[in-house]
Design a protein around this ligand. Structure first.
Ligand code: ADP
Ligand code: ADP
Length: 230
C-alpha cells in the first residue's frame, strides 16, 4: 500500500514581465510506502518545496497525477487534503494567538468536531502544555516550531510532512522533534521530511529520494545509501 503516488508530475511557474517561466518539476514519478519515514533530499532550488506544496494542495500542478492515501487529488481534493498534515518552514503566525487558540482555529478549519479534538494531548506531545495560554509573540523560535508541528496534527492526518524541520534548530529541539516523529511513526503515521543533511536522513529515514533540477536522481533505502558512499 502506497501513502503517496505521484506520476509524471510537472510544475512550471508562469514567470512575469522580467522573469522567465521556471520548470520546477519535470515529470516526477515517486511512490512513498505507507508507514515509512521517507526523506526528500536535494540542493536548494531542486523542487522539494514545490513537490510538498503540491502534495499539501497549496500549489497547483501543471500536469501529472497525484494520489494521496488512495484519493486522486483531481477527483477527491477534500479527502486527499485531509490525509496530509504539513509542518511548514516559516514561523509567521498571528502574534496575539495563543497555542490553544491556534489549535482550535485549525481544528475549525478542518471541520474537526469538538468531541474529536485532542488539543491538550497535542500540546502535551510537543511540550507546550505550560504555554497553552501564552501569546505567540512571547514564544521562542523553538516553541513556535513546536506549535507548527502541533497544528499539523490537529486533524489526525495519516501522513505528516515536515519541510526542513531541523534547519537552524538547536540540539535539544532537534532531539525532541525526532522523538515525536518516531513516536508518531510507531503509531502508524507515514512521515515525509525534507532535509539538506544526508547524515540526518540516514539516521532517521527508512528510504530516501534525491531530487535535483526537478527530477528524481536517486531512490534508495538508507542502508544502501551508506554502501553507495563507501
Ligand atoms: P527547493 O525547495 O528544493 O529549494 P523549490 O521548489 O523551492 O526548491 O524551487 C524550485 C525552483 O522553482 C527554483 O528554481 C525556484 O526558484 C522556483 N520557484 C519556486 N517557487 C516559485 C514561485 N512561486 N515562482 C517562481 N519560481 C518559483
Ligand atoms: P525553500 O527554502 O523551501 O526552497 P525558498 O526560500 O526557495 O523556499 O522560497 C520561499 C518562497 O518564495 C516560496 O513560497 C517560493 O514559492 C517562493 N519562491 C522561490 N523562488 C521563487 C522565484 N524564483 N520567484 C518567485 N517566488 C519564488
Amino acid at each position: 500500500q502506497q501513502a503517496i503516488e505521484v506520476t509524471g508530475l510537472r510544475k512550471t511557474y508562469a514567470g512575469g514581465k522580467k522573469q522567465e517561466p521556471k520548470e520546477a518539476l519535470k515529470g516526477l514519478d515517486l511512490s512513498i510506502p505507507e508507514g515509512s519515514i521517507f526523506g526528500l533530499l536535494g540542493p536548494n532550488g531542486a523542487g522539494k518545496s514545490t513537490l510538498i506544496n503540491i502534495l499539501a494542495g497549496l500549489v497547483k500542478k501543471t500536469d501529472g497525477r497525484v494520489v494521496i492515501w488512495g484519493f486522486d487529488q483531481d477527483v477527491n481534493p477534500r479527502q486527499s487534503r485531509a490525509a496530509i498534515g504539513v509542518m511548514p518552514q516559516e514561523l509567521n503566525m498571528d502574534p496575539f494567538f495563543t497555542p490553544r487558540a491556534a489549535l482550535e482555529m485549525q481544528a475549525g478549519l478542518y471541520g474537526v468536531p469538538k468531541s474529536e479534538r485532542w488539543t491538550d494531548e497535542i500540546l502535551e506531545l510537543v511540550g507546550l502544555s505550560d504555554k497553552a495560554e501564552a501569546y505567540a509573540r512571547n514564544l521562542s523560535g523553538g516553541m513556535k516550531r513546536r506549535l507548527l508541528l502541533a497544528k499539523a496534527l490537529v486533524h489526525r492526518p495519516q501522513i505528516l510532512v515536515l519541510d526542513e524541520p531541523t534547519a537552524g534548530v538547536d540540539i535539544e529541539l532537534r532531539a525532541m522533534l525526532w522523538r515525536n516523529v518516531r513516536k508518531l511513526n510507531e503509531q502508524g503515521m507515514t512521515i515525509i521530511l525534507t532535509t539538506h543533511y544526508l547524515e540526518e536522513a540516514e539516521e532517521m529515514c527508512d528510504e530516501i529520494a534525491i531530487i535535483n533540477n526537478g527530477e528524481l536522481i536517486v531512490r534508495d533505502t538508507t542502508p544502501n545509501l551508506l554502501k553507495r558512499m563507501d
